[in-house]
Ligand binder design. Structure first.
Ligand SMILES: C[S@@+](CC[C@H](N)C(=O)[O-])C[C@H]1O[C@@H](n2cnc3c(N)ncnc32)[C@H](O)[C@@H]1O
Length: 240
């Protein structure tokens, strides 16, 4: 891995319930005030960048329902979605086994644009050691993680929202999570995001998870990577 990473050391969980409570507490301070502390005494506004509390809770429910214990996301910013994902992973862990980071976030602008507010947020909740941030664009990082043989239970797409970036994130994340695993794609209200999702559905590479919230009201899509893999002919193309 060539980017700047905050690697979580393998650690054992002493008290998952306490850590979950601390995550909720640190998060609600941001939701209450609308700002998060950044480095060198700066403050960073939570809106419109951060995931809303309602959507975050819905994301946490999806991760919990699908038993996710190791998640990856593109787009970290203030660390709000990462906090919800961490909480679900902590809930899904069976015991106090030794483990590495539960959530990996990729965001090239954490330092420059977000003043490390996400890192400080998770650190203030006492879970910095359970999180890994990779400060590189996802289009460079995701193929590196594939080559390194990493695997995840669930992915959340919330990085660069332009069409080809969303399409690329899903392309690589399909391989990182594997068949029957879940990819949640945020911001389905955006045409660029809807179009990228439409490709994977029409090509039969992903399906909409039937038990998930309706993407029109939840504003995110819950995709399941199909079990049969990519069975298309080499020249297949269906307009979408
Ligand atoms: C909507 S925000 C993410 C919010 C975050 N998920 C949360 O709930 O707090 C989108 C993020 O994508 C990041 N981003 C932009 N280009 C990116 C890229 N190529 N790879 C990964 N992240 C990117 C931005 O820096 C920004 O923090």
């Amino acid at each position: 891995m060539t980017g700047r990473t905050t690697e979580a050391a393998a650690d054992s969980l002493s008290d998952a319930a306490t850590l979950r409570a601390r995550l909720a507490e640190a998060r609600s301070a941001i939701y209450r005030t609308g700002v998060a502390p950044g480095s060198n005494g700066t403050t960073v506004r939570a809106w419109p960048v951060g995931v809303t509390e309602e959507r975050g809770l819905a994301l946490a429910r999806v991760a919990k329902t699908h038993g996710a214990r190791r998640c990856i996301e593109t787009g970290f910013a203030l660390g709000l979605s990462a906090s919800f994902l961490l909480e679900s992973c902590l809930e899904n862990l069976h015991d106090a086994d030794t483990h590495g980071p539960l959530v990996t976030s990729i965001d090239p602008f954490e330092d420059a644009a977000w003043k490390n507010s996400g890192v400080l947020h998770l650190r203030s909740a006492g879970v910095g050691h359970l999180h890994r941030l990779i400060q590189q664009p996802s289009e460079y990082t995701l193929p590196e993680l594939i080559q390194a043989g990493e695997r995840f239970d669930l992915a959340f797409v919330d990085g660069d929202h332009r069409f080809e970036h969303v399409a690329l994130d899903i392309f690589y994340l399909r391989r990182l999570v594997g068949p029957e695993r879940i990819i949640v794609v945020d911001d389905m209200w955006m045409a660029s995001v809807r179009k990228a999702v439409a490709f994977y559905l029409s090509a039969g590479l992903c399906e909409l998870e039937p038990s998930a919230p309706d993407p029109r009201s939840a504003k995110f899509a819950v995709l399941r990577v199909v079990a049969k893999g990519d069975t298309r002919e080499w020249d297949h193309f269906a307009d979408f």
